[in-house]
Design a protein around this ligand. Structure first.
Ligand code: DQA
Length: 138
């Protein structure tokens, strides 16, 4: 069975509460449960951290044994050379996802430090961006 990690960065623990007009009204754990039951032929894991180092530690921990990471690094996408270096350092392929279409938003969200070290980027499909990212590994 393939092992896939969904890794969420800062403020994504507040999905369903936070800026609902942008991120929707569903909390992530409920969505994750539906994904797990729909994709029961995959070992699906979830981790969230509000800290840059927490995201990096998790990438190091699983990055030589898992088959894929679906990563929404939140605002660290636009700032973190350290997370980009961690993605480049591991063997496990990473797909970058965003709930919102970052290219329709403020210009500081248009640049990603992560895209160039990821397999691909999916953004703008709401929570379905995670499912599409997961599908890319199957
Ligand atoms: C986000 C987009 C980022 O710009 C923002 O900082 C987030 C969420 C998204 O999923 O649309 O926290 O990654």
């Amino acid at each position: 069975m393939k092992k896939i990690l969904i890794l969420n960065g800062p403020n994504l623990n507040l999905l369903g509460v936070r800026e609902k007009s942008i991120y929707g009204d569903q909390d992530f754990l409920t969505y994750f449960d539906t994904l797990k039951s729909r994709y029961d032929a995959v070992e699906l894991f979830y981790f969230q951290s509000n800290h840059e180092g927490g995201i990096i530690d998790k990438l190091h921990e699983i990055g030589f044994s898992y088959d894929g990471v679906v990563l929404n690094a939140g605002a660290y996408t636009h700032t973190s050379v350290a997370i980009a270096d961690a993605i480049a350092a591991i063997n496990t392929p990473v797909v970058e996802v965003h709930i919102s279409n970052v290219h329709k938003r403020e210009s500081f969200r248009h640049h990603s430090y992560l895209s160039s070290v990821c397999v691909g980027v999916i953004c703008g499909f709401g929570l379905d961006s995670y499912r599409l990212g997961l599908e890319s590994f199957l």
